[in-house]
Ligand binder design. Structure first.
Ligand code: SS9
Ligand code: ZN
Length: 674
């Protein structure tokens, strides 16, 4: 199952025909540079190219009024003066004799992409379209948009395929108010949007773009707005919102389909957004959505007005859809206070609707907000963008480096009598180990020096991680006699090399020798049913679920609320996932975990499973090979006792680990509190 790419040069054949400083950024080159970058990088060739088609009138009428359609239909025959006049009744948009044709193709592209995904021709895909769609409304064009491509696709998916729940993620920097209006009272469509807002001072200046517009009637809770009240938001701010609001709610919602309003004006260099997130963030945003809905994801282009940033961001998105290992996001800073304030407000507005958020704090009081607004400049460590001195188009950032693609995706270290999972390569090391390493290995891990089986297994493990470090192999799994010993062996070897950091994720009960977490070269996140709270340190994080790892809601709560933020901030060079025997973790959760952990270390994950649990090999291998995890069932509320204990832990840890913060005024340990 592949990735669809939809593009047609016809959609470049309209442009602004008069002088309008507001509209001049929406140019045909937006599409050509994006497509050329995909061709040049070889990504276009790896996609399945799906032809465009026009949306039919019936399809357009799924969202728009007949009156509006009839009006737009006349535009191809209008004179320049008529077009100008026609344009005036709408906000921030222009018309051209060929835009009606292009708008039909743009909506049709979204529908054709959707058909390809729903019928299983492809797993996922992206449509490069113009004009964009998310601002257009039932009765009106707006913000460069004529027909609401994604909204039409959502209605079409419900009607044609009986899709029950659709998640729309709008990562464009503008609020897709057209999408919000369309599904406001519809609980079958969950709409999420973050957007530049600046307390309503930024276009489209709507009261209803704020965090307290949560949806109406039956749709209450199914509209999530995260308004940015400052420019300059970074990768950390974006990730923090994904981890602490979007992903927990999305997993609780359990969509059958994910649609992305993929606007890239939220990236650095964009003259509209003025944000600072780098193009490689879109690799991560995409990846984090790819294990929902069994991988059914359609991304449809919206905005993006800095041609360099746009093209890079499109490439990052498509390369991720194709399944390539993710880039490392190094130097993540702490999320800024304004972003956390927005996050806190949105979480509090939604806590009554989503059990994954029902422990969320109150919104900061208005008193705090005003105080914050006045103090913001001083408190916020991030330098303000000097608009006078530098326009965002002149902003410079390094081009994202070429992403690694090891020739071997998954290798396995297995006892001879165990069948190697399909698609996985049985690893037999050809290289000899350094004698020094050998003797250390024997000395530390082998009580019985003649235990040649154990010895071979360990030397294979070590050469395997060395090949990962050389990017010859992406990930691996090993069936070992004792996972704890194997884990110690890998850590000892890996942590010896300078610059290496190992994120160890232990699932299930057992004791982890504390000496490994002393030097910061290893961060252990240990999910179990044992209360190891007393043993916690900066680099040993015990997360306890009273009912054990089989508690799906609790486990998912931990993955998004702790594991992902910690992993991103730690930025490991290797992930070691250790499955303790009898952990009780459910198959679906295990697969989601493996999928999500590939966010780190360029996908370098080594999974350790103990011999008696070889039944889980195939499942593990399949996910390591890049197959989407099956959707989890709709989640229940996690246990209150667990959540409360975890929140106490969060408050202790957030001084050390900034991405854990979900509130602006941590009760303790916060470095930014006055
Ligand atoms: C404010 C003018 C905003 C409309 C932008 C529409 C973007 C669609 N500087 N103009 S993604
Ligand atoms: Zn936009």
């Amino acid at each position: 199952m592949g990735t669809a790419l939809i593009y047609d040069v016809e959609m470049t054949r309209y442009k602004l025909l008069w002088v309008d400083p507001v509209c001049k950024i929406e140019v045909p080159e937006r599409l050509t540079v994006s497509h050329e970058a995909l061709v040049r990088s070889g990504l276009a060739d790896r996609c399945i190219s799906v032809p465009v088609r026009e949306a039919t009138e019936v399809e357009i009428l799924l969202v728009h009024s007949e009156e509006y359609l009839e009006a737009v239909k006349k535009t191809p025959y209008m004179t320049l003066e008529d077009l100008k006049e026609f344009t005036l009744q709408y906000g921030d948009v222009y018309f051209h004799p060929n835009i009606y044709h292009c708008a039909k193709l743009a909506a049709g592209s979204a529908l054709h992409l959707l058909d390809s995904v729903m019928t299983g021709k492809v797993r996922n895909g992206m449509a490069l379209v113009r004009p964009p769609g998310h601002h257009s409304m039932h009765n009106a064009a707006n913000g460069f948009c004529v027909f609401n491509n994604v909204a039409i696709a959502a209605r079409y998916a419900k009607q044609k395929y009986g899709v029950k729940r659709i998640l729309i993620v709008d990562w464009d920097v503008h609020h897709g108010q057209g999408v919000q209006y369309c599904f406001e009272d519809d609980p079958s469509v969950l709409y999420f949007s973050w957007h530049r807002y600046e307390h309503q001072k930024f276009w489209p200046n709507l009261r209803e773009s704020d965090y307290d517009s949560v949806g109406k009637d039956n749709g209450a809770g199914f509209n999530i707005n995260v308004p940015w009240n400052k420019v300059g938001m970074t990768n950390s701010d974006y990730l923090s919102v994904f981890c602490h609001i979007l992903l927990p709610v999305a997993y609780e919602f359990c969509p059958d389909l994910v649609l992305v309003c993929a606007g890239f004006d939220s990236a650095i260099g964009d003259p509209e957004g003025k944000m600072c997130a780098t193009p490689d963030i879109f690799a991560h945003l995409t990846h984090l959505l790819m294990n929902l809905a069994g991988g059914k994801l359609c991304a449809v282009l919206e905005g993006g007005y800095n041609l360099t940033s746009l093209a890079q961001s499109v490439c990052q998105t498509v390369q991720t859809l194709l399944g390539d290992p993710l880039p490392r996001l190094s130097n993540l800073s702490a999320p800024c206070i304004s972003a956390i304030e927005s996050l806190q407000c949105a979480r509090s507005a939604h806590r009554r609707y989503w059990s994954s958020l029902n422990h969320a704090a109150d919104a900061p009081t208005s008193e705090i907000s005003t105080k914050r607004a006045k103090l913001a400049e001083k408190e916020d460590e991030r330098p303000e963008i000097e608009e006078e001195e530098k326009s965002p188009e002149e902003e410079v950032w390094p081009e994202p480096p070429k992403r690694i693609s090891p020739t071997i995706r998954s290798a396995s270290v297995l006892p001879d009598d165990v069948v190697c999972p399909e698609g996985c390569q049985r690893y037999s090391s050809s290289e000899d180990l350094n004698p020094l390493v050998l003797s250390k290995l024997k000395e530390n891990f082998l009580e019985d020096v003649d235990d040649s089986d154990a010895f071979t297994a360990f030397s294979k493990l070590i050469t395997l991680i060395e090949k990962m470090a050389k990017d010859e192999i992406c990930n691996g799994l090993a069936l070992v006699r004792n996972v704890t010993t194997a884990m110690m062996c890998v850590i000892q070897h890996s942590a010896a090399a300078p610059g290496n950091r190992v994120l160890v994720v232990c699932v299930g009960n057992g004791t982890i020798p504390s000496r490994i977490t002393k030097d910061g070269k290893t961060l252990v996140v240990h999910i179990s049913s044992e209360d190891r709270w007393e043993e916690r340190s900066k680099y040993y994080i015990p997360l306890c679920l009273k009912k054990g790892c089989g508690d799906t809601s609790g486990f998912v709560h931990i993955v998004f609320g702790f594991l992902l933020p910690l992993g991103y901030e730690y930025d490991p060079s290797l992930v070691l996932l250790v499955r303790m025997p009898d952990s009780g973790v459910c198959d679906g959760v295990w697969q989601q975990l493996i999928g999500l952990l590939q966010s780190f270390a360029q996908g370098h994950t080594l999974v350790l499973i103990q011999e008696e649990e070889k039944a889980f090999l195939d499942l593990t291998a399949s996910t390591l090979l890049g197959n989407p995890a099956p959707p989890l069932e709709q989640l229940q509320a996690p246990f209150t006792d667990d959540v409360e204990a975890l929140e106490r832990l969060r408050h202790r840890l957030q001084a050390d680990w900034k991405l854990l913060q979900t509130t602006v005024s941590p009760e303790s340990g916060g470095a930014d509190e006055c």
